[in-house]
Design a protein around this ligand. Structure first.
Ligand SMILES: Cc1cc2nc3c(=O)[nH]c(=O)nc-3n(C[C@H](O)[C@H](O)[C@H](O)COP(=O)(O)OP(=O)(O)OC[C@H]3O[C@@H](n4cnc5c(N)ncnc54)[C@H](O)[C@@H]3O)c2cc1C
Length: 414
């Protein structure tokens, strides 16, 4: 008998889970209130970066903390009321930056990222969107030697994990990105990273592949999930209902609210970020995403223009946007690159869903048979949706998992 699975949330994570469960023979219904890939999975920087094994809460965070708490850097802002309400999360996030916990996280994220990369190459080909992929890495830029020296810890970790990096001088930076102003005496080229020119279109293509293979996508606002006999019942705001033995929650930042409604407290905070598209002045261009470390922005060449994106704003998931960081980084980006006019009236806003140890929750909810988690992917959910799906698929089918599931087990927090 075919197994019925309902997946709630059609961002990168939910769509990849849908494809994986379908590949394993399940009859899958994928539910989202919007078309697939229009939220967080749309507006990111589009990087598949092996260097993402070093999360924000790494051992260098405690040195940076006094400056960050000043609440005036482009890299990090917070709303005081939110931070006070989330003190438990914040202290736990800090505690997880200690060396020994960080080492476990880096190992776990490296396994997930490597697993994901292989799966993306397969799916990009199967969905017919390999042309969106760039295989030329991404570039960290430093405005001073002191700034470069500050990357020593990350570099040591990259080397330890065999990540292919190359240090560049000003000439080397110029050779890779000739349109940049001569502001950067140092660069670090993370060579074995990839990027795409339209993350939302990649998710849409994966979703179209799922549909072409017989998968069902439903547009509905899910309001509750409840146990009903041996099944789970998923209910929408217009009273439509779906029943299944297994339900996967892949609502990204909105997973926390749905779990709260089930009486389950997920320790998730929202690292919000903004982006805005710009034209390049005539003749200028970028070949790959760049990260201007001192100025705190990433700029990625996209189909729709140059996507300038900001660092972190800690705030309520759905609080009104306050894109002050966007104004700051626009000024810095204009120093570094001949940007033209803005191609969007107002900046886009997204929320990176972050758990205290910077690892997603992938697996079974303890004591709730048939309820599965696939959320909490912080800064790396666009790239790690595929690996998440492979791991979850194995766990749901009682098979030996492709990577160690323990660091991602929901039971560590639930
Ligand atoms: C500025 C920025 C830059 C980033 N850059 C990168 C990067 O370069 N590389 C990388 O790997 N990651 C990056 N990320 C992180 C990445 O975008 C996220 O981790 C990832 O998109 C999360 O995917 P998701 O599928 O879990 O969530 P989402 O994409 O948010 O999907 C959740 C879905 O749930 C749906 N939904 C919500 N509530 C309901 C409901 N009640 N009923 C039905 N549907 C509902 C939403 O419509 C949405 O489609 C970045 C994030 C930001 C903000």
């Amino acid at each position: 008998m075919e197994r019925d699975i309902v997946i709630v949330g059609a961002g990168m994570v939910g769509v990849c889970c849908a494809l994986e469960m379908q590949r394993r023979g399940a009859r899958v219904t994928l539910i989202d209130r919007r078309a697939p890939g229009l939220e967080t999975s749309y507006g990111n920087a589009g990087c598949f970066a092996r260097s993402s094994i070093v999360p924000f809460n790494n051992p260098t965070l405690r040195h940076a903390l006094p400056k960050l708490l000043g609440n005036n850097t482009p890299q990090f802002r917070y709303r005081l009321g939110y931070l006070l309400r989330e003190t438990r999360w914040a202290l736990s996030f800090l505690a997880h930056s200690r060396e020994h916990v960080f080492s476990q996280t880096a190992r776990a994220l490296d396994a997930l990222i490597q697993l994901s990369n292989g799966e993306h190459l397969r799916l990009l080909a199967e969905a017919g969107v390999t042309h969106r992929l760039r295989e030329n890495g991404w570039l960290f830029l430093y405005r001073s030697e002191v700034g470069y020296a500050g990357s020593a810890f990350s570099q040591q970790i990259y080397r330890q994990f065999g990540i292919d990096i190359e240090t560049l001088d000003a000439e080397g930076v110029k050779a890779l990105e000739p349109s940049l102003a001569p502001l950067f005496p140092r660069g670090l080229w993370v060579k074995d990273s990839r990027s795409v020119d339209n993350p939302g279109a990649v998710v849409a293509a994966y979703a179209a592949l799922f549909q072409a293979r017989g998968g069902r996508i439903v547009q509905a606002q899910v309001t509750s999930i409840a146990r009903d006999g041996q099944d789970w019942q998923v209910v929408a705001d217009d009273a439509r209902q779906w029943r299944a033995r297994d339900v996967v929650v892949a609502l990204g930042p909105w997973s926390k609210a749905l779990f709260a409604q089930l009486g389950l407290r997920v320790p998730m905070a929202f690292e919000r970020g903004y982006h805005r598209h710009f034209a390049a002045q005539s003749g200028a261009g970028l070949n790959r995403p760049i990260y201007d470390t001192a100025a705190g922005y990433v700029m990625s060449p996209m189909e729709m223009g140059l996507r300038l994106s900001t660092g972190v704003e800690l705030a309520d998931c759905d609080a009104l946007p306050r894109p002050v960081q966007m104004d700051l980084v626009e000024a810095s980006a204009r120093e570094a690159f001949p940007l033209g006019e803005a191609l969007q009236q107002t900046p886009w806003m997204g929320r990176r869903p972050t758990l205290p140890d910077s690892r997603p929750m992938i697996g079974a909810v303890p004591g709730r048979e048939g309820l599965w988690c696939a959320f909490g992917h912080q800064h790396i959910g666009f790239s790690t949706g595929t690996g998440t799906a492979s791991l979850l698929g194995a766990l749901m089918h009682g098979e030996g998992p492709p990577i160690d599931p323990t660091p991602f087990a929901p039971s560590r927090f639930l």
